[in-house]
Design a protein around this ligand. Structure first.
Ligand code: C5J
Length: 239
């Protein structure tokens, strides 16, 4: 895609980026977090509140794909023998089921299980990178940094769940590595309204201590001006 600098109205001021060096990052939009019977519900949360994130995120995803922007999905979870799950994570709290227990959508938060996968509405395309991560941050114990460097990505548009946990951890990790992050306020969600509000405020406070925040409509307004990427051509057929 061709290079151009765009500016989105955001807090604490305009977020400038070049779609050619920017990735849309969709964090942990897994059934385990947003549908009943998964990890989020075992912790006592009303998971239905997170479903409000899906429609605006679908619009951002669709437009990002149309213009050929890099799209990255992440999934939190563990290998079946739990060797990548620290005992502290496994034993913490009083959930109704623990990580690895059999649940209605398969073993809770285990790679390869139905509940661990991304919801149908945001299903990754075969060419899109999926980062499987054992932690809350998307950089810890993953290949994300190497991928971003190899693709020349310097800015991230961050979405997904939950705002104060995996989204915050990822943006903090990214910020420390020098990435410019825009968080889309209606495309990130928390089980707790006060955490959502405080979490969003924390990103852009103090002159953008972790990054920028804007509603998806502001981003979409700007992306509407970008030329669509040429569709990939079918393989030539020899006649
Ligand atoms: C949590 C996440 N909340 N994806 N994970 O445990 O935010």
């Amino acid at each position: 895609m061709s290079s151009e600098t765009l500016a989105v109205e955001a807090e604490p001021g305009a977020f400038t980026f070049d779609p050619a060096t920017t990735a849309l990052v969709i964090i942990d939009m897994q059934r385990d977090f947003v549908e009943p019977g998964g990890f989020g519900e075992t912790l006592g949360n009303d998971v239905s509140v997170l479903q409000a994130v899906i429609p605006p995120l679908q619009q951002v995803l669709a437009r990002s794909r149309e213009i050929g922007m890099t799209v990255i999905h992440t999934r939190e979870g563990h290998v079946p023998d739990l060797s990548d799950c620290p005992p502290a994570k496994l034993s913490r709290g009083k959930p109704s089921m623990r990580i690895g227990d059999p649940g209605p959508k398969g073993r809770i938060l285990i790679r390869g299980e139905y509940g661990h996968d991304i919801v149908d509405e945001l299903k990754p395309l075969p060419e899109e990178l999926i980062i499987d991560k054992p932690g809350k941050g998307s950089f810890y114990a993953t290949g994300l940094q190497d991928f971003l460097v190899s693709e020349g990505i310097t800015s991230l548009i961050v979405t997904g769940v939950t705002t104060e946990v995996c989204v915050h951890t990822t943006v903090r990790e990214a910020n420390d590595r020098g990435y410019e992050c825009l968080v889309l306020s209606d495309c990130v969600g928390s089980y707790f309204a006060d955490f959502q509000q405080a979490g969003l405020a924390m990103f852009s406070a103090q002159g953008g201590i972790f990054g920028w925040v804007a509603p998806s409509a502001s981003l979409l307004d700007v992306l509407a001006t970008v030329q669509e990427a040429a569709p990939s051509l079918p393989a030539a057929v020899n006649s």
